[in-house]
Design a protein. Sequence first.
Length: 428
Amino acid sequence: MKTYKLNDLSGNEILKLYKRPSINIDETVEIVKPILADIKKNGLKAAIKYAEKFDKFTGENILVTNEEFEKAESNLSDTVKEALKTAFKNIEAFHKMEMPETFEVETMPGVKCSREFRAIQNVGLYIPGGNAVLPSTMLMLGIPAKLAGCKRIVACSPSKNNKVNDEVLFAAKLAGVTEFYKIGGAQAIALLAYGDEQVKRVDKIFGPGNQFVTAAKLLVSIDAEGCAIDMPAGPSEVLIVADENADPGFIAADLLSQAEHGADSQVVLISNSQDIIENVQTELVKQLSVLPRKEFAEKALTESLSLLANNFDEAFSFSNNYAPEHLILHLENAENYKENIINAGSVFLGKYSPESVGDYASGTNHSLPTYAYAKSFSGVSVESFMKGITFQSLTKEGLKRIGSTVETLAEVESLIAHKNAVTIRLKK
C-alpha cells in the first residue's frame, strides 16, 4: 500500500488521491456495439450465437427449466441451503422496512395532491459468473424486486458446461425469479433490453458485471429503444477509518476482503496512529500469504492507500470526498461518528461489523455505488424497483383559488395555451 501523511500533502495532491484509476471504455464500447445491434435486430437467435461463442453454451434450451431448479436444490448440502435461507430471511426483513408510503396533502383548500408507488413490471437481474460464484447478488437483487411487486423478474447468468451454478439457482428460487436464462456478458444485457417475440424485453436492468457488461448497460440506457439501469458501476472499494486502539488483524482482514474481488479493487486505510498503519501492513503480508485469491488481492494492494491523519475531522473530510462504496469505522464508540458521514454507500460501525456481513447476510443491500457515485446515488433498495406517481384532484373552488396564480405564471413563460386551460374552466 502507498503511504502518505495527509498533513504533508497539498490540496492538489489530495485531490489526486480521491481519483480512482481511469477506465477507458472506448475500446470496449466498440466491441460491444455490434453485439447489441445484432441482438436488437435478430433477438434470441443472435443472443444464443454469442452465448455459444463467449459462454461456450452448447445446450438446446437457454431457459432454465423447473427440473434444473429442482436438481440444483438437491445438489446442495443442508449447510449451504440453511446459510442462503438465513441470508434471505435477514435481507427480506430489512427490505420490508424500506417499502415507501403513500401520502396525501391538501396544499390549499380544494387542492389535493398525493403520491403512490407502483412496481416496475418487468425487471432484469444480471448475476456475474466469472471469477466468483455470487448467489448473494441473486438474493440482493431478487428480494427487493419481489417485495416491490414486480410481475416479471428475469435473471441472466453465464453457464459453465450448459449449467448455471447450483447456489445461484437455489437463491433465485428463494427470491422469486420468474425466468432464468443461461447467458452472460453484453449479450445478456442486450437480450434483456431489447428482447424479441420469445423473450419479452425488460424495463430496467440491475446488477454488476465486467467491463463488457458495464459498457452494454451504459449503451442500452442511452438508447431510446433500450431500457433503464440501476446505477453506474466500477470496481469494488472499501475505506477504513481506524483509531490507535483498533485491531490490526481485523483491519487487514477487512482490507483483503475487498482486495480479493479483483486487481482493480480499491482499498484505503486512514488512521491517526502510525503504529496501526505499520502493524496493519505486517498483518496484510501474513494474511495475504494464505489466500486462495492472493494474486488478485496482491495486485489491488499495490495501488491502495494508507493515510496518516492528524485527527478524525481530517479523516472524515477525506472519506466524504472519496465517497467510498463501503466505509468501516474501527473506532471506539463508532456509533457516535454517524453524523460525520455524508458520502458512503454502506457503513459498518465498530470492530465486530466486518464488511463481509453486509455482503452476505446482515440484511442491507450490497449493490452499492462505486467510483465516488455515493455522492449522488444510493444503493439498490425496494424503491429502486418502483416508481412514484403523483396525483392531484381539484374542486371547482380549489381551481378558483389557484387559478390566477397559474394564469400569471403561464403568461410569464409565454405559454398561453397553459393559461387558457385554466381560464376556460373559470368562465364556466
